[in-house]
Design a protein around this ligand. Structure first.
Ligand code: SF4
Length: 212
C-alpha cells in the first residue's frame, strides 16, 4: 500500500470513528493488521467464551488463531463435524461473552450493512452476546448508506458466494441476480444504525484492504 492510500484511509477512518461514536458504538482506528489484533485482544477478557460469524477479516488479522490458542473458550465452528453440531454451536454463540464479526459494508456516517444466509451472524449482532467486536478494512467503507447496501449486495455477496460449492446465479456469473434460490446467501439484510446498550458493539477499523 502506498503512503497516499494510507493517508486516505486514515483521514476517512478518523471521521468514521467520530461518526460511529456519535451513534454510541465504541470505535477505534488502527493503521494495520498488527495493531488491530492487539486492540481486539485488549477488548476480550481472558476466560471469555468467544464465538464468531464467518469473518475472513478476523482470520486475516490473526484474531481467530489467537482466540484458538489463547486463554479463551473458543466456540469454534471449524471443529464441528456434523450440521447438527454446527447448529448447536451457532445457538451457543448467541450466548457468548464476545462475538467476532466482519462487516459487509459501512457508510461514512456510521451505519453498518451485513448480509447473511443462515442468519446466525446477524442474529448475534442484533442481540445475545454481551460484546460484539467488528473488524473491518477501510475498503468496506462507502460514502452513503445507499452505496454501502449496494456494495454489500453487488460486491461482498457475489464474492463471498465463490467460497461455497452450491450454485446460484452469482456463483456462475460473478454478478447478483437478486435470486430466490434455496442456496441464496442473501436471506437477511441487516442495517445497524445505533448501539444500545452503548458500547456493546465495538468497531476496529483497519487501514488496509481486508475481507470481501
Ligand atoms: S445471486 Fe442470490 S446469492 Fe448471489 S448475491 Fe444475488 S441474491 Fe445473493
Amino acid at each position: 500500500m502506498t503512503e497516499f492510500e494510507k493517508k486516505y484511509y486514515e483521514k476517512r477512518g478518523q471521521i468514521l470513528v467520530k461518526n460511529l461514536r456519535s451513534r454510541h458504538f465504541d470505535a477505534y482506528y488502527c493503521e494495520n493488521s498488527t495493531s488491530a489484533l492487539s486492540k481486539a485482544l485488549e477488548l476480550i477478557p481472558e476466560g471469555s467464551t468467544v464465538g464468531w460469524g464467518g469473518s475472513l477479516t478476523a482470520e486475516q488479522i490473526g484474531l481467530i488463531d489467537a482466540i484458538r490458542k489463547g486463554n479463551y473458550q473458543a466456540l469454534d465452528r471449524a471443529a464441528c463435524r456434523t450440521p447438527e453440531e454446527r447448529t448447536a454451536l451457532f445457538k451457543k454463540s448467541l450466548l457468548a461473552d464476545v462475538f467476532l464479526t466482519g462487516a459487509n459494508a459501512l457508510s461514512m456516517d456510521g451505519e453498518m450493512v451485513n448480509i447473511d444466509g443462515t442468519g446466525n451472524r446477524v442474529a448475534a449482532i442484533v442481540y445475545g452476546p454481551e460484546s460484539v467486536i467488528v473488524v473491518a478494512g477501510m475498503n468496506k467503507v462507502a460514502d452513503t448508506l445507499e452505496n454501502a447496501v449496494t456494495r454489500a449486495r453487488t460486491i461482498a455477496a457475489p464474492m463471498n458466494k465463490q467460497r461455497f460449492p452450491n450454485q446460484t446465479p452469482c456463483e456462475v456469473t460473478g454478478s447478483c441476480a437478486d435470486c430466490k434460490s434455496p442456496e441464496c446467501i442473501c436471506n437477511q439484510i441487516l442495517i445497524t444504525r445505533n448501539c444500545r446498550p452503548a458500547g456493546r458493539i465495538k468497531f476496529i477499523l483497519v487501514g488496509e484492504e481486508l475481507g470481501l
